[in-house]
Ligand binder design. Structure first.
Ligand SMILES: C[S@@+](CC[C@H](N)C(=O)[O-])C[C@H]1O[C@@H](n2cnc3c(N)ncnc32)[C@H](O)[C@@H]1O
Length: 350
């Protein structure tokens, strides 16, 4: 049943835009899948969410949106699903087919190559959607759009989405040394002035692991999405934040991360599987996202940093994100007037 070949793709890749072709090509190589599979926080969260809730999967039709190597499809089949359909546009689906057959799931899992938006499913409706769609800063790559498309077209009334809750969080951080290294580098490159690069570097959020000890304010939840109800237009958002400094320090920017939660069977002792990609949690390949401010804010304990973050898909490439952060740092106490800063910084995640 799981017969797919590169030539049978429901989508003609050569007709996609250059950016779309590039996006799907980036998932062709096994290396990116190796990194995701080896992210045990990520992969074990999916496994636990599925295997600890087998009763939800038993005899159900499951759609795996962006199945990659087929790992989530196989978890769902193992949990007792009646049938699983895995869909992927990238060449990796050819390997998924081999893996699925080798592990004895050929009769349980059907793999279809193409963009989810272009394929015809062998079932009119599915009971459950599983998908690992999250990008840096949660929304980079905008693959959630595809999951919502699948939900609206295929999910039965009352069907489940794994995962179904996600939220983005921010806090202030001290990172003077690294910030200086990242920007200062361009001032003298082998004796030459490369400073015209600095405005470009400032615009790009940094995806990297941050030591939790660098976080020097309280945390704030920026926004929460419920995949059962959210609409694509809600993914362009503007949210306020308010943070309180926890020590005398400098705030050089914001650190952002996301948290994920899965549906679960409501029975005694059962709790939802959840994971966080914050600096306070175990490493994941999503790391954290840092937005350096143009200003370095000199804070005392209890000082408040308020602001708003606006996020929207980029007009030229909707998988990129335009982000604007307005901030207002109004310290109290000694030297507060000199330390007061109001700023606006623009970023692009690409
Ligand atoms: C983050 S990977 C997850 C792979 C796999 N589910 C796992 O957990 O290891 C996302 C996959 O979704 C696929 N994908 C993204 N958008 C898609 C679309 N619109 N239609 C089909 N596949 C898509 C990509 O090619 C990629 O293999």
């Amino acid at each position: 049943m799981s017969k797919t070949t590169a030539t049978e793709s429901a989508t003609d890749k050569s007709k996609l835009s250059q950016t779309e072709q590039h996006y799907f090509t980036s998932y062709d190589h096994y290396g990116i899948h190796e990194e995701m599979l080896q992210d045990t926080v990520r992969t074990m969260s999916y496994k636990n969410a599925i295997m600890r809730n087998k009763s939800l999967f038993k005899d159900k039709i499951v759609l795996d949106v962006g199945c990659g190597t087929g790992i989530l499809s196989m978890f769902a089949a193992q949990a007792g699903a009646k049938h699983v359909i895995g869909v992927d546009m990238s060449n990796i689906i050819e390997m998924a087919k081999v893996i699925v057959e080798k592990n004895g799931f050929a009769n349980k899992i059907t793999l279809i190559r193409g963009k989810l938006e272009d394929i015809t499913l062998p079932y009119k409706k599915v009971d459950i959607i599983v998908s690992e769609w999250m990008g840096y800063f949660l929304l980079y790559e905008s693959m959630m759009d595809t999951v919502l498309y699948a939900r609206d077209k295929y999910l039965v009334e009352g069907g489940l989405i794994f995962p179904d809750k996600c939220s983005i969080h921010v806090a202030g951080l001290e990172d003077s040394q690294y910030k200086e290294q990242k920007l200062g580098y361009w001032e003298n490159v082998y004796g030459f002035d490369y400073s015209p690069f600095i405005p470009l570097v400032k615009k790009e959020p940094l995806v990297d692991t941050v030591q939790n000890s660098a976080v020097n304010t309280t945390r704030c939840k920026l926004i929460e999405f419920d995949l059962n109800t959210v609409k694509i237009e809600d993914l362009a958002f503007e949210s306020e934040f308010k943070l309180e400094a926890k020590r005398q320090d400098f705030i050089n920017g914001l650190i952002a991360w996301f948290d994920i939660e899965f549906p679960y069977e409501k029975r005694k002792g059962n709790t939802p599987v959840y994971f966080s990609t914050g600096a306070h949690a175990s490493y994941t390949h999503w790391k954290q996202t840092v937005f350096y401010f143009a200003d370095d804010l000199e804070c005392e304990i209890g000082d408040i940093l308020k602001g708003k973050l606006k996020c929207s898909p980029n007009n030229r490439n909707n998988r990129d994100l335009d982000i604007v952060i307005d901030y207002e740092f109004m310290p109290k106490g000694p030297g507060s007037r000199q330390r007061r800063v109001i700023g606006q910084n623009e970023y692009i995640m690409q």
